[in-house]
Design a binder for this molecule. Structure first.
Ligand code: URP
Ligand code: ZN
Ligand code: ZN
Length: 477
C-alpha cells in the first residue's frame, strides 16, 4: 500500500522545506508540495514533525569477540535499538582475529545479521593480517560481495593490530581496488608501555585508562596513518576521533593532499573523562578507546562538525555489561571476575576492562539535544553528519542518506517539541546499564520506515526480524 506523508518539515543535508513524501513500495516516489494520495494509500499527517532521511551509523560492533568476552547485542536487539533511535542502516566492523581467514570471517559476520536484522546493514571488512593469499581473498570479497571499505587497527597489538609492512600493503591494495580504509589510530607500543608503567605504580582503576593512552598517542597514530596514506595514495577514514590533536594531524595531512575523512562518535561529544573517574568502579562503564577526554575537547569536536572538518558522527557501539563483563578489570580481588564471570581471586586493572560504551540507540537523540537544540549544529548539518556523509563516503548515496525520488524509503519522523528520558530500564540494547542514565533528551522519534515498511509506529517498535538487507556497495575511491 502506498504511504503519503503529509505536511512534514522535511530536512535533508542541504535543504529544509515543508512538504509531502510519497512512498511506493521500497522507494520514495515523489517529494513536494500538495502531493495527492494515490488510490488505496495510507495518509499520515506529519504536521509538527520533522522528516529526516534514515540515519546511518558508520561504526558499530554487534558481533564482537573482544578482550576475552563477546559484545552483548545480537542483530535482534541491535537492530531494534538502532531503529528505536532512528538509525535505519548499520555499518558494522567485521573484526576477524589474526588467525581467521577473511572470507570465513565475512560469512560469519554476515550470517549473524541475515534473517535477524530489522534494519539494513553492511560491513567494513577488518584486515587484521596480510599474509600470502590474503590479498586475493580480499580482492574476491570486494568483487563478489560488494565490500567497499576495509577496517584496520593500529592499536590492540596481538589481537586485531597490524604491523607497518601489513599497513603499507593493505593501503596499496585499497588504492588498487578503490576501497576506502577505515582506521583505529593509536600507537600500540606507547599504549602498552604506558599501561605497564601505570599498573606497576599501582594506578589500576578505570580513571587510569585515559592517561594510558593520552591525546598524543592518538595523534601519533593519525600522523602515522597519514604518512602511509600519502605514500600509497589510498583514501582513509579515521574512526572515533576523540581530540583536537588527532583532528589537527588529519586536517594538516588533508591540506598536503591526503584523501582523509574524520569520524567522531557520540560519547566524545557529550561525556568527559570525569565519568571514568567516578568512584566505586562506576568509571568502568565509561572505558572505551581512544578514551573519553577532558571537557575542553568537546568544544573542539563540536566546532569541527559545524565547520565541516569532522565529517561524520557514529557511535562505536561496543556493548558490555557492567555487572559482569566490565568487572573483568576490577582492582579488588574479591570483585574481579574471569571470562566465565567467576571470582578471579586476583586483582584486575583498567587494561582488562572490555572497551566500549553502548550508544547505538541514543546517538541521534543526544546529537539533536546537544547539537541542534543548543544551536551548535543546524538541522541540515545534523542530517549531514549522522546520515548523508556516511552514505556518500561509503558508497550508499543516493540510495541512502537522502529524501528524494528514487532513494530508499528510510524515513524518520521526529517530534522536536516532545521530551524523553534515557534509561537502561526502557532501552532496547542488551546491556545492563546506560552511560546516559536519567538524561533528558529533546524530541521524540514517532515513526521510522525501512524501505517503505514501518519499524517504529507512534513510538512503538513494529520492526520485522529479517526485513533488513545486506547492502552491496560500489568502490568509489
Ligand atoms: O572502545 C572501543 N572503541 N571498543 C570497540 C573496539 C574499537 O576499538 O572500536
Ligand atoms: Zn577502535
Ligand atoms: Zn569500534
Amino acid at each position: 500500500m502506498p504511504l503519503l506523508i503529509k505536511n512534514a518539515d522535511i530536512v535533508t543535508s542541504s535543504a529544509r522545506f515543508p512538504g509531502d513524501i510519497l512512498v511506493e513500495g521500497e522507494k520514495i516516489a515523489a517529494v513536494g508540495a500538495g502531493i495527492s494520495a494515490p488510490a488505496g494509500a495510507e495518509v499520515l499527517d506529519a504536521s509538527g514533525l520533522m522528516a529526516f532521511p534514515g540515519f546511518i551509523d558508520p561504526h558499530v560492533h554487534i558481533y564482537l569477540p573482544f578482550m576475552g568476552t563477546f559484545a552483548k547485542d545480537d542483530y535482534a536487539s541491535g537492530s531494534k535499538a538502532a531503529l528505536m533511535g532512528g538509525t535505519t542502516t548499520l555499518i558494522e566492523m567485521c573484526c576477524p582475529s589474526r588467525t581467521e581467514d577473511a572470507a570465513e570471517a565475512f560469512q560469519l559476520w554476515k550470517g549473524k545479521a541475515e534473517g535477524l536484522s530489522a534494519c539494513d546493514f553492511t560491513f567494513h571488512l577488518g584486515v587484521t593480517r596480510l599474509g600470502p593469499g590474503d590479498a586475493d581473498t580480499l580482492r574476491r570479497l570486494v568483487r563478489e560481495e560488494g565490500v567497499a571499505s576495509f577496517k584496520i587497527f593500529l592499536a590492540y597489538k596481538g589481537a586485531f593490530g597490524i604491523d607497518d609492512a601489513e599497513l603499507y600493503e593493505t593501503l596499496k591494495l585499497a588504492k588498487e581496488l578503490g576501497v576506502i580504509v577505515t582506521a583505529h589510530c593509536e600507537n600500540a607500543e606507547l599504549v602498552l608501555a604506558r599501561q605497564r608503567e601505570l599498573i606497576a605504580a599501582g594506578k589500576v582503576g578505570p580513571e587510569w585508562h585515559e592517561p594510558s593512552r593520552p591525546a598524543e598517542v592518538e595523534a601519533e597514530g593519525c600522523h602515522h596513518l597519514m604518512t602511509f596514506a600519502k605514500l600509497t595514495g589510498a583514501h582513509v577514514y579515521v574512526v572515533h576521533t576523540s581530540c583536537e590533536e588527532a583532528v589537527k594531524a588529519v586536517t594538516e595531512a588533508r591540506r598536503g593532499g591526503v584523501h582523509a575523512w574524520i569520524e567522531t562518535v557520540i560519547p566524545y561529544l557529550v561525556l568527559d573523562k570525569t565519568y571514568a573517574e567516578r568512584p566505586g568502579f562506576e568509571g568502568a562503564k565509561y572505558v572505551m578507546s581512544p578514551p573519553i577526554r577532558g571537557k575542553e575537547q568537546q568544544e573542539a569536536l563540536w566546532r569541527g562538525l559545524a565547520d565541516g572538518t569532522i565529517h561524520t558522527v557514529g557511535t562505536d557501539h561496543a556493548p558490555f555489561d557492567f555487572a559482569t563483563q566490565k568487572h573483568m578489570g576490577h582492582p579488588d580481588p574479591a570483585r574481579c571476575v574471569d571470562a566465565a564471570f567467576q571470582p578471579r581471586n586476583a586483582p584486575g586493572n583498567f587494561s582488562l576492562i572490555p572497551n566500549g560504551i553502548p550508544s547505538l540507540e541514543e546517538r541521534n537523540k543526544l546529537l539533536y539535544t546537544h547539537g541542534v537544540a543548543t544551536g551548535k549544529l543546524t538541522p541540515e548539518k545534523f542530517v549531514d553528519v549522522a546520515s548523508t556523509q556516511a552514505a556518500k563516503i561509503f558508497g550508499l548515496y543516493p540510495r541512502k542518506g537522502e529524501i528524494a525520488a528514487g532513494s530508499d524509503a528510510d524515513i524518520v519522523l521526529f517530534d522536536p517539541k516532545a521530551k524523553d528520558t534515557i534509561s537502561a530500564k526502557t532501552h532496547s540494547m542488551a546491556t545492563d546499564y546506560s552511560g546516559f542514565e536519567g538524561w533528558e533528551v529533546q524530541g521524540k522519534i514517532r515513526h521510522v520506515t525501512v524501505r517503505g515498511e514501518f519499524a517504529v509506529r507512534d513510538g512503538a517498535y513494529v520492526g520485522k526480524k529479517g526485513h533488513g538487507r545486506y547492502l552491496k556497495r560500489p568502490c568509489t575511491h
